[in-house]
Design a protein around this ligand. Structure first.
Ligand code: SF4
Ligand code: SF4
Length: 377
């Protein structure tokens, strides 16, 4: 594995070079008070000197005291929106004056995109979605088309949020497999960030060719050590933990416990936790007909297991209580996924904790369940 160091000019050339190669570059930027992926014209558009503060049901951006360009954790929107869009037209149908119907299937258009500044948990989430939506028995053509030409540049986390717990799932704060390039930022103490350094690891032949095109120098031992220290310090700051020991058995043994009713007293069944989750992939189909009645479009839209319609069968919803819907989400995410896909459906990004309007915390709920079981023993 090649490791090289680039300076700010090199980072800037890297983004420019991706555009020159025909990639639409997406990266973090401030949008409506949150740091989320957006089209990134240049390095100047990164949130230089900004960070975020996150707690259960709390998020805000604030200034940092240094020149970091990647000194924050994940925001409410993830790259899932580009790979598995919230709304996707499936087909349209028209009726002419003679009543003849014409159906036109919507073919997904491939877009060459570079995801720049992807966090390790986000990379792991893309891996989870790959497994479900491209590698499984029912590959999704929309996801497959959107995913086919994606280049991924990750940035290891140096400043995780209080809601993050990626070490519990082994998904961060250092980038795992699947990237083309992985960066660790050595942030300049000066607010200008002009002397920041970026230690870059190569993860694929494509990444190597791209790194070779920008000015870099061999990473000296002290910068390698500094990059390791950034990741180690990030790990040390994360105190939230999801204890995965016997997790499947624990959850399956507690499907009928009293905990679900207690959570339901607070849960609004709003579905926020599923919409912000980078691994949730459930959808519904909706037909929209114009007022003249001669044109219909069918849309695939994100759905949530927190809606009563989600489990609606002939006689009504199978899961008609908030308690049963929270249990479904929690037990599928942390246990059922392991049976279905061989790994957890959670990557420890903490979004469902930050963006739950009443601050319900998946790690606390698991700890409460574990404590309850231990008290009975
Ligand atoms: S369940 Fe919550 S912490 Fe886990 S991946 Fe989804 S949003 Fe992130
Ligand atoms: S757990 Fe929180 S975010 Fe999820 S549905 Fe309930 S209130 Fe909404």
């Amino acid at each position: 594995m090649t490791t090289r160091t680039i300076d700010v000019a090199g980072l800037s050339e890297l983004v420019d070079h991706l555009w020159a190669l025909g990639y639409e570059v997406w990266g973090p930027q401030i949008d409506n008070g949150v740091i989320v992926p957006g089209v990134l014209p240049s390095v100047r558009d990164l949130p230089l000197g900004w960070t975020d503060e996150q707690e259960p049901a709390h998020y805000r951006t604030l200034r940092r005291g240094d020149g970091a360009r990647f000194g924050y954790a994940v925001g409410p929107r993830s790259y899932k929106e580009l790979l598995h869009p919230p709304e996707q037209q499936v087909w349209s149908m028209t009726r002419d004056d003679e009543g003849e119907l014409t159906v036109t299937m919507t073919e997904p258009e491939p877009v060459r995109r570079a995801f720049f500044g992807v966090r390790p948990c986000e990379l792991a989430a893309i891996g989870r979605q790959d497994r479900v939506l491209t590698d499984g028995p029912h590959p999704d053509p929309v996801y497959g088309t959107n995913r086919a030409e994606v280049l991924i540049v990750t940035v290891d986390c140096g400043d995780p949020a209080a809601t993050c717990f990626c070490p519990s799932l082994g998904t961060g704060p250092r980038s795992g497999p699947g990237y083309d390039l992985a960066i660790t930022e050595l942030a300049d103490a000066d607010l200008s960030g002009r002397d920041s350094r970026y230690v870059v690891r190569v993860g694929s032949p494509k990444g190597q060719v791209i790194l070779d095109a920008v000015p870099s120098h061999p990473t000296p031992p002290h910068e390698l050590a500094a990059a390791d220290a950034v990741v180690a310090a990030a790990t040390d700051t994360m105190t939230r933990n999801l204890d995965t020991d016997r997790i499947k058995v624990l959850i399956y043994d507690n499907l009928d416990g009293p905990q679900w009713d207690r959570v339901a007293e607070r849960c609004l069944a709003c579905g926020n936790c599923t919409f912000v989750c980078p691994t949730c992939f459930c959808t519904n189909l909706e037909d929209v007909t114009n007022l003249a009645g001669d044109e219909t479009t069918r849309w695939r839209v994100w759905d949530t297991c927190f809606s009563t319609e989600f489990s609606h069968l002939g006689p009504g919803p199978v899961r008609d209580s908030t308690a049963s819907r929270y249990r479904q989400w929690f037990s599928h995410k942390l246990a059922g996924w392991i049976d279905q896909f061989g790994e957890s459906g959670c990557v420890g990004c903490g979004r469902c904790i930050t963006w739950c309007p009443v601050g319900i915390d998946i790690t606390t709920e698991l700890a409460v369940m574990r404590a309850g079981e231990e008290a009975v023993r």
